[in-house]
Design a protein around this ligand. Structure first.
Ligand code: URA
Length: 266
């Protein structure tokens, strides 16, 4: 009988630290901006990183905010500072690289970053379909991803959908009442006709293709989709451009009415 591979001690420790709200080295370094994300694993392998004086080579070594982590002898700040970028996603850009070789949202983002921003590991906050344009956040803080994408946070996401010109307000009523999709009931949404053939739909969940599925269900297949705002923050840069949010904007996103703020205790 084949012997079951033994789980390495460092992996068990990482799992445990995840459960207890702790952290592990790779993630803490990526968030800190101590060195470019692409160099972190190499720096670990080369023995350039130490925790409390001891060389640490394992990416999942647990760390806490009181650990003293150094890279080449320089102390790395471990206190979590949440940074968030707003990208105005253009059409034709996919969330992740696949076989089709289309550019990804990260391909769009990277050339827009300053040298200082390039030192962080940026995580996309949720995903938009390849043909959807509009607001996409990136952050260095996985807790922000969790907060902004969890249905428990009730963070409102406002979309503008182009549909056929004969759409009426009455057709949107089932969306306000709450429709049942093939993966379960959708929360009642806020929906209105902004102009002929243009529906404004605000949802507080983020299931796969949710807006397209909701509108298709009421006889309004989506012809074009744009995400205009998240948590009340409207995309205000040109298509294909990005900017970094200010601390007050990030605070507002963390505390938008209805948000659970789970994981954001500081
Ligand atoms: N809902 C969709 O159907 N597509 C998106 O890209 C985002 C939300």
């Amino acid at each position: 009988m084949p012997r079951r591979a033994k789980t390495p001690k460092w992996l068990n420790a990482a799992r445990e630290s995840g459960r207890t709200g702790g952290d592990w080295l790779l993630r803490a370094l990526g968030r800190s901006g101590a060195l470019p994300a692409s160099e972190i694993e190499g720096a670990l392998a080369a023995g350039r990183v130490r925790i409390d004086g001891k060389v640490a080579t394992k990416p999942f070594t647990p760390v806490t905010e009181s650990s003293r982590v150094t890279v080449d002898g320089v102390v790395v700040p471990l206190a979590r500072v949440t940074r968030v970028l707003m990208l105005h996603k253009p059409p034709g850009v996919v969330a992740e690289g696949g076989r089709d070789k289309r550019p990804t949202v990260v391909d769009v983002l990277l050339p827009l970053l300053t040298e200082e921003q390039r030192r962080f590991h940026w995580l996309a906050v949720g995903r938009l379909d390849v043909d959807t344009t509009g607001l996409l956040f990136f952050t260095n803080d996985e807790r922000f991803v969790q907060h902004a994408t969890s249905p428990e946070s009730h963070l409102p996401k406002r979309y503008l959908a182009t549909v056929h010109e004969k759409a009426t307000d009455a057709m949107l009523q089932p969306l306000r009442d709450g429709v049942t999709l093939d993966d379960g009931p959708a929360r009642p949404a806020s929906a209105r006709l902004r102009s002929a053939g243009l529906v404004e739909l605000t949802i507080t969940e983020g299931r796969n293709h949710q807006v397209k599925r909701m509108l298709a269900l009421v006889g309004l297949p989506v012809l074009k989709l744009h995400r205009e705002a998240v948590g009340g923050l409207v995309v205000d840069v040109d298509e294909g451009a990005m900017r970094e949010l200010g601390g007050d904007e990030i605070e507002r996103l963390k505390t938008t009415a209805g948000s659970s703020l789970s994981g954001f205790t500081r």
